[in-house]
Design a protein around this ligand. Structure first.
Ligand code: LLP
Length: 442
C-alpha cells in the first residue's frame, strides 16, 4: 500500500469546479487572495494520515514510540495535532522545548537531542520534565550529571552514537557516517558507559540513539542500523552486565519531491526494522527493545505547499526565460543550499498545457536565488498563482528575513476551513528587536 510520503501532493488535493487547485477543501486562489502570498498552506488531513500510517505500520511491534522531529517545522498548532495523534517530540533547542511545553505536549514522551546543548537548555529540559535526553558527548554527560544532582533528580538518557553507516543523500544531511560531529564514536562508548556506571550517579542510561541521514530512499540502511545498535547492546550486556531497553533509530525517511522520486513506503521501512530486531536480538542475545522513531520530513513535508504570485519575467535573448515570484531563498533555502528539486503547478489554471520551459526565480538580491531551474509551465503571466508542492519540511523552519523581507504566514486547511497558524510578519515586528544607541539617535 502506498503511504502519503510517496505522494507528490497533499492527500486532499483536487481541482474544483472553478478549475482551481484546492487543498483541504480550500481553493488556493482564494487563500492567496485572503491571506496574501507567499503563503505556506498545511493540509491537516495529510499530517494525520501519515502519522496514523506510522502507527499502523508498527502496530505488530508492541513497544514503539513515535517522536516528531520538530526541526522539520514546529509551531504550536502542529504540536497540538501530533500530540493528539499520540506523538512525542524530538527537540534540539530551548526554543523547540519551549514551543512544545507551551503548546501542552506530553513532555514525558519527548526527547532532547543535539551536539552542543547549553547548560541553560539542559536545565530547561530537566525542569520541564523532558522524558529522555540523548547525550551526545563527554562534556554533556558531566554537565547533565551536575544539573541533575543539583536538582536532586535522576535523568534518563540515551547515548547518541555514530553507527558508521553511509547513506546516499546530500552530504550536508548525512549524519550516521563515522566522521561526523554528532554522537559518540563506537570506540568511545565504553568510556562513556564506565563514567555513567561508576561516576555519574544522577544519570541513568536506558539505551542508544542514532540517526543516519535525511531524505533516505534505501530501506536496507534501517536494517543495518538496528543491527549495529543491537550488537552494541549485546556487547555492553556481556561486558558491563547492563541491560539497555531502548533504541532510537532517528528519522530520515524520504518523500517525493518530483515525479522521478520513488521513496519507500512507511510499511517497507517498518518491516525492515522489525525484521532486523527479530533476527538480531536473538543473534546478540538481547531482549527486543522499545524502539523510538523520529520522523520529521516524512510527517510534515508532503502536507505543505507554498503559494507565490508571479511578477516580472525576463527572456534573455537566445537564453533562458526567467519568471520571478514574490518569495524565494528566504522562505525556502533548500534549492540554493542543497540543489533540492521541487515541482510546481499553476493554481489558477492547472489544466493549461505546459508548453514552455522556464526558470522560476525568487525575489531576493542574488543570482543564486532560483527555486526551479527548469520548470515545464504554461505561458505564465503576472498575477498567476504558483503552488510549490512538498515545502512543508525545512522551509519555514529554515526561513530568514534576508533582505529584510517579511516571513510569510502559514495556514492550516481542513474540511473547507482555513486557520492561520503563523501570522505574517509586519514591518513593526521586523524592527521590534532593533535598538539605536543613544549617541546615534536623531
Ligand atoms: N532525528 C535526528 C537526530 C535528526 O538529526 C533529524 C534530522 C531527524 C530525526 C529528522 O530527519 P527527517 O525525518 O526529517 O529526515 N535541513 C535539511 C534536513 C536536515 C535534517 C537534520 N536532522 C533539509 O532541508 O533537507
Amino acid at each position: 500500500m502506498l503511504t502519503a510520503n510517496q505522494s507528490l501532493k497533499p492527500v486532499s488535493t483536487k481541482i474544483n469546479d472553478k478549475n482551481h487547485i484546492e487543498i483541504g477543501g480550500c481553493d488556493l486562489v482564494e487563500l492567496a487572495e485572503k491571506y496574501g502570498t507567499p503563503l505556506y498552506v498545511f493540509d491537516e488531513q495529510t499530517i494525520r494520515t501519515i502519522a496514523r500510517q506510522y502507527k499502523e505500520a508498527f502496530k505488530n511491534y508492541p513497544k514503539v514510540s513515535m517522536l516528531y522531529a520538530s526541526k522539520a517545522f514546529m509551531t504550536k498548532a502542529v504540536v497540538r495535532i501530533l500530540d493528539e495523534e499520540g506523538f512525542g517530540f524530538d527537540m534540539v533547542s530551548g526554543g523547540e522545548i519551549y514551543t512544545a511545553y507551551t503548546a501542552k505536549a506530553d513532555m514525558k514522551k519527548s526527547l532532547f537531542n543535539g551536539n552542543n546543548k547549553s547548560v541553560d537548555e539542559l536545565k530547561m529540559a530537566v525542569d520541564f520534565g523532558v522524558g529522555l535526553i540523548s547525550a551526545d558527548n563527554f562534556l554533556e554527560l558531566s554537565l547533565l550529571n551536575d544539573i541533575a544532582e543539583s536538582k536532586n533528580k535522576k535523568v534518563d538518557i540515551l547515548l547518541r552514537v555514530t553507527p558508521g553507516i553511509e547513506c546516499h543523500t546530500h552530504e550536508y544531511i548525512q549524519t550516521g557516517h563515522l566522521d561526523s560531529k554528532f554522537g559518540f564514536d563506537l570506540t568511545q562508548i565504553d568510556d562513556a558507559v564506565t563514567l555513567i556506571t561508576e561516576k555519574y550517579k544522577n544519570i541513568n542510561l536506558v539505551g542508544l540513539h542514532a540517526h543516519i541521514g535525511s531524505q533516505i530512499f534505501e530501506t536496507s540502511i534501517y536494517y543495518d542500523e538496528v543491527d549495529v545498535l543491537l550488537r552494541e547492546m549485546g556487547r555492553l550486556k556481556e561486558k558491563y552486565k547492563i541491560n539497555l531497553t531502548h533504541i532510537n533509530l532517528g528519522g530520515g525517511l524520504g518523500i517525493k519531491y518530483t515525479e522521478k522520486d520513488c521513496p519507500p513506503s512507511i510499511y517497507e521501512i517498518a518491516e525492515k526494522i522489525i525484521l532486523s530486531i527479530k533476527e538480531n536480538a536473538a543473534k546478540y542475545n538481547v531482549d527486543e527493545p522499545e524502539i523510538h522513531i523520529e520522523p520529521g520530513r516524512s510527517i510534515i513535508g508532503t502536507s505543505g505547499v507554498t503559494l507565490y504570485t508571479v511578477g516580472s519575467s525576463k527572456q534573455v535573448p537566445k537564453g533562458k526565460k526567467y519568471i520571478a515570484v514574490d518569495g524565494g531563498m528566504a522562505d525556502n533555502p533548500r534549492p540554493s543550499l542543497y540543489q533540492a528539486l521541487y515541482t510546481a503547478d499553476v493554481a489558477n489554471r492547472p489544466y493549461d498545457k505546459k508548453t514552455e520551459t522556464v526558470t522560476i526565480a525568487g525575489r531576493f538580491c542574488e543570482s543564486g536565488d532560483i527555486l526551479i531551474k527548469e520548470a515545464k509551465m504554461p505561458l505564465l503571466k503576472e498575477g498567476d498563482i504558483l503552488c510549490f508542492y512538498d515545502t512543508g519540511a525545512y522551509g519555514y523552519s529554515m526561513s530568514s528575513n534576508y533582505n529584510r523581507v517579511l516571513r510569510p504566514a502559514a495556514v492550516l486547511v481542513n474540511n473547507s476551513q482555513s486557520d492561520i497558524i503563523i501570522e505574517r510578519e509586519s514591518y513593526e515586528h521586523l524592527v521590534s528587536l532593533d535598538r539605536i544607541p543613544e549617541k546615534l539617535r536623531k
